[in-house]
Ligand binder design. Structure first.
Ligand code: GAL
Length: 444
């Protein structure tokens, strides 16, 4: 397998997110975000870690963008921290925050790296969370104001945009299960947040289309093949519900199909009480690319005790299959199948893998991190993409998660996903063997 097998136009990049790398939580006029607040609550984040400093990318961005270049990538995906632009989420913009993203973009362009902006990667301004965050109807007006501002400010220089990162990720973990910021729970909160997010992803895209000439607009969905644990009818139905929720729920409204209510009575009941769910047109947008992000397949079995979904994950560890340090199953065939599942929607014409990667128990020994497992992981996952491409599926890019070890949400600094090792005490970066593997792969 060579880089050239993927075609000359294939976009190779790395993906990052503001809250995970920037640090400078209280610097440059940035307002607090829900992750700043959430991380102060005891027991919410492993070992009490906080995103306050993270990788200090805020001050070290030049060197970090140089690393992207050194590794041979063409694309640098980063997100804008909404609270750096609007410290209170809306109202007065913050000059220092605006200037910071100009510096990043300019540095990318100077180093001949293509900047790709994610507008929302989970770090909602705390002030908006106080008003209900994504569960509140008012969030859409604030989000649109923020998107319009960014489009006008950066649209001349940046053409590649991702509106929202993994709507299912933050609405389920943050508003249903309470294990991510803002720590809300309950099915009602989830459905409210989901509706406003589905509206935001299309609204945001329409604003970009109107404001940014030659924009290439995408949005990024998490996806996981759902595999029934046994052949029983109950397990099959449990898997179908999980698939509806995890894979179909946010993409189908975008494609003009509305929420997949017909396939799950709970959704249908909820839709009846929320007439806005029927507003299919507002949730629809013809994206230039659909971003897919895959980390694991999910094996599920029926469980009557789990409210609403009545399905339960059978963990990779207990099934004794190969898995990462996160306990996520390594299964490149499943990656291939989930790409095919999304490609089967006739209106999805262009898929970009906007995140994929793995955490392992990396150790810095001398100046080396020997992460052979990660190299093997990338080799297998890239093969899976190639197989899909050879079958005619239009996959146009791959962004590895992630440039360097960072603040991995509720896992704190423990989970290391980077191609570059970060020593969080000294902020010393060390390219891992997998980073060198990429360098070699991309140079041919
Ligand atoms: C994604 C998320 C990233 C990163 C990754 C690894 O869901 O978008 O921010 O944390 O998972 O867990």
């Amino acid at each position: 397998m060579n880089r050239t097998d993927f075609g000359d136009d294939f976009l190779w990049g790395v993906a990052t997110a503001a809250a995970q790398i920037e640090g400078a939580a209280n610097i440059g006029g940035k307002g607090p975000t829900i992750w700043d607040t959430f991380s102060k609550r005891p027991t919410k984040i492993r070992k009490g870690h906080k995103p306050d400093e993270a990788c200090d990318f805020y001050h070290r961005y030049q060197g970090d963008i140089a690393l992207v270049k050194t590794l041979g990538f063409k694309v640098f995906r980063f997100s804008i921290a909404w609270a750096r632009i609007f410290p209170l989420g809306t109202g007065m913009p913050n000059k220092e925050g605006i200037a910071f993203y100009h510096r990043i973009i300019d540095e990318c362009l100077r180093q001949d790296i293509l900047p790709m902006i994610t507008l929302y990667h989970w770090d909602l301004p705390e002030a908006l969370s106080q008003l209900g965050g994504w569960t509140a109807f008012g969030i859409n007006a604030s989000f649109n104001e923020y998107v319009l501002f960014c489009a006008k400010e950066y649209g001349d220089k940046v053409k590649h945009w991702i509106v929202i990162n993994e709507p299912f990720g933050f609405t389920s973990l943050g508003y249903m299960l309470g294990i991510h910021a803002p720590g809300a729970s309950g099915v009602g909160n989830f459905f409210d947040a989901a509706l406003h997010t589905a509206i935001a992803q299309a609204d945001g895209a329409k604003i970009l289309r109107a404001e940014v000439g030659q924009a290439v607009i995408g949005t990024a969905f998490s996806c996981s093949e759902i595999i029934p644990y046994t052949q029983s009818v109950q397990d099959h139905l449990a898997a179908k519900r999980m698939d509806t929720l995890m894979n179909r729920f946010f993409v189908e409204p975008v494609l003009g199909m509305g929420f997949p209510t017909a396939d799950w009575d709970v959704l249908e009941k909820f839709a009846i009480s929320h007439s806005t769910w029927r507003h299919q047109q507002r949730m629809t947008f013809d994206f230039d690319f659909i971003g897919l992000q895959n980390y694991f397949p999910l094996v599920v079995k029926y469980n009557a005790f789990i409210p609403v979904i009545q399905a339960w994950e059978v963990k990779a560890r207990s099934r004794k299959v190969p898995h990462t340090a996160m306990g996520w199953e390594i299964n490149a065939d499943s990656f291939y199948r989930i790409i095919k599942q999304f490609a089967a929607y006739p209106s999805i014409r262009n898929i970009m893998i906007t995140e994929n990667g793995a955490a392992f128990h990396d150790k810095l020994v001398g100046h080396q991190v020997k992460d052979q497992e990660r190299i093997e992981y990338f080799e297998k996952y890239l093969q899976a993409i190639l197989r899909a491409k050879q079958e005619g599926i239009n996959v146009t890019g791959y962004l590895a998660w992630t440039l360097m070890d960072n603040f991995e949400w509720a896992e704190g600094y423990q989970a290391r996903f980077g191609l570059v090792y970060n020593d969080f005490k000294t902020q010393q970066r060390t390219i891992k063997e997998s980073g060198y593997w990429w360098q070699k792969f991309l140079s041919k």
